[in-house]
Write a protein that binds this ligand. Structure first.
Ligand code: F6R
Length: 607
C-alpha cells in the first residue's frame, strides 16, 4: 500500500525512480509521481492511474533532470485518486517536497491551523500538511525542522523529504510504516521495500521507529529525534533478484503458484533434522508450553484462513483450545487474553496494520507472541516474542499463493514440534507425519503437473456470476481461501459455506446451473459431504469437486480434480493448488489484471 523510492547519486535519478516505482507497483496504487531537484528548482511530475502514464510522460524517466529525487505510488486514503492528490507534495513556495506512506491522524487540525495562518492547500491529502509544516517551521536547518514537525504528527508514516535549500540531501524517517535505506557506491537509496533497489544494491539499513536517515551521495547518517547518531548493522539481503522478476511467465501469480514446491521445501527442509522437527527459533520451554490454556491466532485475509486451518490441526494434535480472530476485530472486543494464552500471529508482509496492532494488544495483555512472517526484519517479525520465517521469497502478486502455502507448512511444523514436546502425538504417528511432510513438495509438484484439467474446468465456469464453495472441517477452511482467491482476482461473486450449514438458509440461492465447488478431501466426513453435494445437485447445481484419488467414485457426482491421498493434516496444502489455479485461469479468461486486482494493495498498512 503506497510505495516510496528515492535516489541520490551522480547519475540521472529519473530512470531509477521510474524503475523502482515499477518494482513497487505490486503493493497497490492508483496514482504515481516523482520530484527531482533539477539544479534550479524542485520539479514534480505526477499522474492518476497506472505508472505507464507517468512513464510515457517522462520517457521512462529519461527526460527528468537531476541526480536527487523521490518517487511514490499512492493508494488513495484522503482524497480521491487524482493528479493533484498524487504524491510528491510540495510546500506552498515549492521549496520542500514530501512523499509519505501511512496516515496522519490529526491532519485536519494541522491543516486548519496552517490555513488560519494564510497557507493555501492544493490537495485533499493528509500528506500535504507535512510539506506545509516543514516550510512553516523552517529556519535554516532541515533536520531541526523535520524533528519539530514529527512532534506535531499523530499517526503512522514513512517519509522522504527533499528541499531546494539542501539540494544534496534526502531526509527519510519512519514510524510504524516500513522504510529501508539502500547503500550503494557513490549513490544511496530509500525504498518501501528491497524489491525496488535490488538491481542496485543488497546492502541495506532497516529504519526503526523514530529514526531519521540523512542521505548524501557518498554517505548515510542515522540519528534519533535527539540528534544522537544511531549505529546500525548493515544487513545484506539474500533474495534472488530474479525472484522479483516475471522470468518469462505472463503473471507473477502464475509464477508464484509454480514456485510452491520450492517455497514449501525451503520452509520445511532446514527444520527437519534426523527425522525430527526442530524449531530453534522458538524459545519456549516445555514447562511454559504446558502452562498455556489457549492458543489465540490473529491474522487478516488469506493469513486468517491459514489460522482457520490451524485451529483444526492444533486442537486435534495438541488438545489445546484455539480461537482464531480477524485481527481487525480482535482488539475492539475486549478479548480475554493473558499470560496463559499463546498468541500466533500470521502475516506475509509483517507490516499489516490490523495484525500488528492486534499483536500489540495481545502482548499488552501478557500473551507470548509467535509470529509467522515472510518478510525478514518487518515490524511484526521484529516486535513479536519469537518469529518463524516462511522462506517463500518475495511475493509480488497481490493475491497470495506461495506465502499461504508456506504459512501452512509452518503450522504443520509447529503442530509436530509442540505435539512432540507435550507428548500429545504418539511416536508412530509422529514419524509417519514427518515422513509425509518431507514428501509434500513432490506432491504439490505432481498436482501442478495436471494443471490443464483445472484450466479446462475454468473455461466452463468463467462466465458465471456467482460461485459457492463448500466443505466440512479443514475442507471448510480451504473453501474460505478458494472463495477469496476467486473473487479477488476474477471479480466473480463467491461465498464459502460449511457444507452442513447450507440447508440452514443458503441453499435457497441454488438454482439451475449455479456453480458449486465442493471440497471432499476429509476422509472421516466423506459420506457427509457426498450427501451435501447430492442436495445441491438435486436443486440444479453444477458441481465441481476436489477429492483424493482414493475416492474415484466422486467423479460420478461431479467433475473432479483429484489430488494424491495424504494424511488429513497435510491435505490443505494439496487441495489449495487446484483452487489457486482455478481462480487464476478464470481471471485470465476474463482478461482481469491478475497481479494487481482493482482496489487492492499487497501490503495493507492502514487500519
Ligand atoms: C489475499 C491476500 C490478503 C492477505 C492479507 C494479509 O490473497 O493476500 O488477504 O492475506 O491482506 O496480509 P499479510 O499476510 O501481509 O498480513
Amino acid at each position: 500500500m503506497c510505495g516510496i523510492v528515492g535516489y541520490i547519486g551522480y547519475e540521472q535519478a529519473g530512470p531509477f525512480l521510474l524503475d523502482g516505482l515499477e518494482k513497487l507497483e505490486y503493493r497497490g496504487y492508483d496514482s504515481a509521481g516523482v520530484c527531482l531537484n533539477d539544479g534550479n528548482a524542485l520539479v514534480v511530475k505526477k499522474s492518476k492511474g497506472k505508472l505507464k502514464v507517468l512513464k510515457d510522460l517522462t520517457e521512462d524517466g529519461r527526460t527528468l533532470k537531476g541526480t536527487v529525487g523521490i518517487g511514490h505510488t499512492r493508494w488513495a486514503t484522503h482524497g480521491e485518486p487524482s493528479d493533484v492528490n498524487a504524491h510528491p507534495h510540495l510546500s506552498e513556495s515549492g521549496r520542500f517536497a514530501v512523499v509519505h506512506n501511512g496516515i496522519i491522524e490529526n491532519y485536519q487540525q494541522l491543516k486548519d491551523y496552517l490555513t488560519s495562518k494564510g497557507i493555501e492547500f492544493r490537495s485533499m491529502t493528509d500528506t500535504e500538511v507535512i510539506a506545509q509544516l516543514i516550510e512553516y517551521y523552517y529556519k535554516g536547518d532541515l533536520i531541526d525542522t523535520v524533528i519539530k514537525v514529527l512532534e506535531k504528527l499523530d499517526g503512522s508514516y514513512a517519509l522522504g523529504v527533499i528541499s531546494q535549500e539542501n539540494p544534496d540531501e534526502i531526509v527519510a524517517v519512519r514510524k510504524e510504516s516500513p522504510l529501508i535505506i539502500g547503500l550503494g557506491e557513490k549513490e544511496n537509496f530509500i525504498a518501501s521495500d528491497v524489491t525496488a533497489i535490488l538491481s542496485k544494491t543488497r546492502k541495506i539499513y532497516r529504519l526503526e521507529n523514530n529514526e531519521i536517515a540523512i542521505l548524501n551521495r557518498d554517505s548515510v547518517k542515522i540519528i534519533n529525534t535527539d540528534k544522537d547518531e544511531v549505529k546500525k548493522e548493515i544487513e545484506t539481503v539474500n533474495w534472488d533478484i530474479n525472484a522479483a522478476e516475471k522470468g518469462g511467465y505472463e503473471h507473477f501469480m502464475f509464477k508464484e503458484i509454480m514456485e510452491q514446491p520450492k517455497a514449501v521445501s525451503d520452509t520445511i527442509s532446514p527444520r527437519i533434522k534426523n527425522g525430527r522437527v526442530v524449531l530453534d527459533e522458538i524459545k519456549l520451554t516445555k514447562e511454559q508450553l504446558q502452562n498455556f490454556t489457549k492458543i489465540n491466532i490473529l491474522a487478516c485475509g488469506s493469513a486468517y484462513h491459514v489460522g482457520v486451518v490451524a485451529k483444526y490441526i492444533f486442537e486435534k494434535m495438541l488438545r489445546i483450545p484455539v480461537e482464531v480472530d480477524l485481527a481487525s476485530e480482535f482488539r475492539y472486543r475486549d478479548p480475554i487474553i493473558n499470560d496463559k494464552v499463546l498468541t500466533v500471529v500470521i502475516s506475509q508482509s509483517g507490516e499489516t496494520a490490523d495484525t500488528k496492532e492486534a499483536m500489540k494488544e495481545a502482548q499488552r495483555r501478557g500473551s507470548h507472541v509467535i509470529s509467522i512472517v515472510n518478510v525478514v526484519g518487518s515490524a511484526i517479525a521484529v516486535e513479536s516474542n519469537d518469529v518463524i520465517y516462511t522462506w517463500a521469497g518475495p511475493e509480488i502478486a497481490v493475491a497470495t499463493t506461495k506465502a499461504y502455502s508456506t504459512q501452512l507448512a509452518v503450522i504443520y511444523l509447529m503442530a509436530l514440534y509442540f505435539g512432540d514436546m507435550l507428548g500429545t502425538i504418539v511416536e508412530d504417528e509422529y514419524k509417519a507425519l514427518v515422513a509425509e511432510l518431507e514428501h509434500l513438495p513432490e506432491r504439490i509438484e505432481e498436482i501442478l503437473g495436471h494443471k490443464e484439467k483445472v484450466q479446462y474446468l475454468a473455461s466452463k465456469y468463467f462466465n458465471t456470476k456467482d460461485v459457492f464453495f463448500i466443505g466440512r472441517n479443514i475442507d471448510y477452511a480451504l473453501s474460505l481461501e478458494g472463495s477469496l482467491k476467486l473473487k479477488e482476482i476474477s471479480y466473480i461473486h463467491s461465498e464459502a459455506y460449511a457444507a452442513g450449514e447450507l440447508k440452514h438458509g443458503t441453499i435457497s440461492l441454488i438454482e439451475q446451473g449455479t456453480p458449486v465447488i465442493a471440497l471432499a478431501t476429509h476422509e472421516e466426513l466423506i459420506g457427509k459431504i457426498i450427501s451435501n453435494i447430492e442436495e445441491v445437485k438435486t436443486r440444479g447445481a453444477q458441481v465441481m469437486c476436489i477429492a483424493c484419488d482414493n475416492h474415484p467414485e466422486i467423479e460420478k457426482i461431479g467433475q473432479t480434480v483429484f489430488i494424491p491421498k495424504s494424511c488429513d493434516m497435510l491435505l490443505p496444502s494439496l487441495a489449495v493448488i487446484p483452487l489457486q489455479l482455478f481462480a487464476y485461469y478464470v481471471a485470465s479468461l476474463k482478461g482481469c489484471d491478475i497481479d494487481k486486482p482493482r482496489n487492492l494493495a499487497k501490503s495493507v498498512t492502514v487500519e
